[in-house]
Design a protein around this ligand. Structure first.
Ligand SMILES: [Zn+2]
Length: 372
């Protein structure tokens, strides 16, 4: 039911295009996945989301467990039916959220107990429980439960967390029995090359349908992020999709593709959209700025998204200045379209042998300009 096939390879980097097969359709990689934490990509209907050329989207086990609870989603017929998205869905395990949002009470090999940030009640999550929740939610891809210590932790503490994450992965694999759902393992190890290698080799030793690299872009320096991106793929099997979690800036996406990563996600396009900021090439524009008041061009004349086809910068400026909901929807729609367009252009460039690590196809001097 799950398969990853490489289609073409770049002749100068480790970039590749591929097709990941899931029960709800094919994901052509490299691909950016929009984030819909609470079973909604904020501000967009599923029809609007579809118009951005999104295929796989992300949701979050931790948040859905707290609200509305997996029982409601299961009873509704699963997450695809619940949110009316009939293409692939991936649920993140919530490991990161448990450690960053929950007021922690106790972490042990057994699991994590913490205070529910919504109502202050005590909750306990174990690898088995996280698997059961994800099987109830019913996404195409579920993620293993991982221990994510802060990036400032010592090498010893991160090594302990990897041992725990490894133990938890074994238990996730044992508990996960849903055949129409893939389980991806997660490589951790912070900024330490030795620990990243250890973790990547351990996760690769399971014959899972895909592998993710987590704990990246959690506050560490950009050089440390780049080091992890270039180190880890060496230790991962080449016949499985590689998912770099939480990365969505164009520069980092092209660096990661050049190292052999295939899938990406980030809240940035929608978070910026909700603050009235539009993506243009590799720039960010604050549309509430007075310079857009009488600018009747679309955000990006070369963009074919619904926003750019139908609305002007002046109109969006007007909506943002007046806190109109439509403004946030239209800018989020453009921003998601923009990042997906970027990963689609990378695919085309790999096929045409003109992909480069500093990929900037909007520049007329770029050898990949035709892909934009
Ligand atoms: Zn657009």
């Amino acid at each position: 039911m799950f398969d990853f096939t490489s289609i073409s390879f770049c002749n100068s980097t480790n970039a590749r295009t591929g097709i990941f097969t899931t029960p709800h359709g094919l994901v052509k990689t490299p691909k950016f996945m929009p984030v819909g934490t609470l079973a909604t990509v904020k501000g967009l209907s599923s029809t609007q989301l579809e118009s951005t050329d999104a295929t796989m989207i992300l949701s979050n086990t931790f948040h859905l467990h707290l609200q509305p609870g997996e029982r409601i989603i299961k009873e509704s017929g699963g997450i695809h039916k619940f949110m009316n998205w009939h293409k692939p869905v991936l649920t993140d395990s919530g490991g990161y959220q448990v450690f960053s949002l929950g007021k922690l009470n106790k972490i042990s090999d057994e699991g994590v107990s913490f205070k529910n940030p919504r109502d202050g009640s005590y909750l306990f999550l174990s690898p088995e429980k996280i698997m059961e929740i994800q099987m109830d939610i019913g996404a195409d891809v579920s993620m293993a439960f991982d221990h994510c210590p802060p990036h400032t932790s010592t090498e010893n503490d991160i090594e302990d967390s990897i041992k725990r994450t490894n133990l938890w992965l074994e238990r996730c694999v044992k508990t996960h029995i849903r055949k129409d759902q893939a389980l991806f393992g997660i490589v951790q190890g912070g900024k330490y090359p030795r620990l990243r290698e250890l973790s990547a080799k351990f996760v690769s030793s399971f014959d899972l349908p895909g592998i993710a690299v987590g704990g990246v872009s959690v506050g560490e320096s950009i050089d440390e992020i780049h080091n992890v991106i270039s180190l880890v793929p060496k230790f991962l099997p080449s016949n499985k999709p590689r998912y770099l979690m939480g990365i969505g800036t164009l520069k980092e996406i092209s660096i990661a593709v050049a190292q052999g990563f295939d899938l990406f996600d980030c809240v940035l396009p929608t978070r910026l959209g909700r603050h009235g900021t539009a993506l243009f090439n590799n720039e960010r524009w604050n549309l509430s700025n007075a310079r857009f008041r009488d600018d009747f061009r679309p955000i990006d004349q070369s963009c074919t998204c619904e926003t750019c086809k139908n609305y002007s910068r002046a109109y969006l400026h007007h909506l943002i200045r007046n806190n109109e909901l439509l403004g946030l929807t239209l800018i989020s729609l453009h921003n998601i379209s923009h990042v997906i367009r970027f990963t689609n252009a990378i695919s085309k460039a790999i096929q045409d042998n003109c992909f480069t690590i500093d990929f900037a196809p909007w520049e007329t001097s770029s050898i990949a300009h035709h892909t934009w």
